[in-house]
Design a binder for this molecule. Structure first.
Ligand SMILES: Cc1ncc(COP(=O)(O)O)c(C=O)c1O
Length: 257
């Protein structure tokens, strides 16, 4: 994952990475943690590589499907490359679009043999998600979707707000992402600095701890996503909290030396 590629896997990088050991390509667009969104053309380029590697399966995690902004349109491998349907598993859920995280409902579509195997595992482990949750999910998915427009507009407003507020810091250069509700912030300039108490900031983990203590803001260090030095910030929070949190981040970063 490289910021220079918009945090997206390119066809060339995929070709280079695939080997005879490769079983799955996991795609997540819009992405957690970067907010990156693959265009139909970019997915078609990846599909072209996959056609040369028939043993590789594709898992497309589309959970942020509805959370795309401006003119950006959501696309998924199953629609861009229907010829790969027999090795594409598409998964989704109600946690993000409908803010139904606690209901614990996800769903998938893919080749029958794969779904049967998933059923076998699930029936022997968690058995199934509760029937009440399943009915609630059906209501969410088949109900009136008009409210989504307002939700997306609100996230879009917060996306601009947080990017603008964090870019007030001379240490940060935050890129406006196309989807989901995260920013993946490059903090490499701050690695090697010290806190007012003289503690070294040797990694994004140190920086996240510092922000937790000094700015009272929880960010997720990029190390957890195997991509440093970054931190992830979620703007799925109240506008007032975001304004206050960003101001506290900028103020705390100014105190690093
Ligand atoms: C990329 C991605 N997939 C799936 C999920 C699933 O969420 P849940 O287990 O709440 O349905 C999440 C939640 O953070 C996510 O970020």
């Amino acid at each position: 994952m490289r910021s220079g590629d918009g945090f997206k896997l390119t066809a060339a990088a995929l070709e280079e990475a695939v080997s005879s050991d490769t079983k799955w390509l996991l795609l997540n667009s819009p992405s957690n943690p970067t907010g990156a969104v693959y265009s139909p053309v970019e997915l078609a380029e990846l599909a072209e590589v996959l056609r040369r590697h028939p043993s590789v399966l594709v898992l497309s995690d589309d959970i942020y499907e509805k959370l795309v902004y401006g003119a950006v349109e959501f696309a998924t491998m199953a629609s861009v490359a229907p010829d790969l349907a027999d090795r594409t598993l598409t998964v989704n859920g109600v946690s993000k679009t409908y803010a139904m995280t606690g209901w614990r409902v996800g769903y998938g579509a893919g080749p029958a043999d794969l779904i049967a195997a998933m059923n076998t595992i699930q029936s022997q482990t968690t058995s199934h998600t509760s029937s009440i949750s399943q009915h609630a999910a059906v209501a969410a998915l088949s109900g009136e979707q008009g409210f989504l427009e307002e939700i997306i507009a609100t996230y879009d407003y917060r996306r601009h707000l947080v990017v603008g507020a964090l870019n007030e810091s001379k240490f940060l250069n935050v890129i406006l992402p196309d989807g989901a509700f995260y920013l993946y912030v490059d903090c490499s300039e701050l690695i090697g600095s010290s806190t007012p108490q003289g503690q070294p900031i040797a990694s994004d983990v140190d920086l996240a701890s510092y922000l937790l203590e000094h700015a009272s803001v929880a960010v997720v260090p990029g190390t957890g996503f195997l991509a440093s030095a970054f931190f992830r910030i979620s703007y799925a929070a109240a506008t007032d909290d975001l304004e206050r949190g960003c101001a506290q981040i900028v103020d705390s970063l100014n105190q690093l030396t």
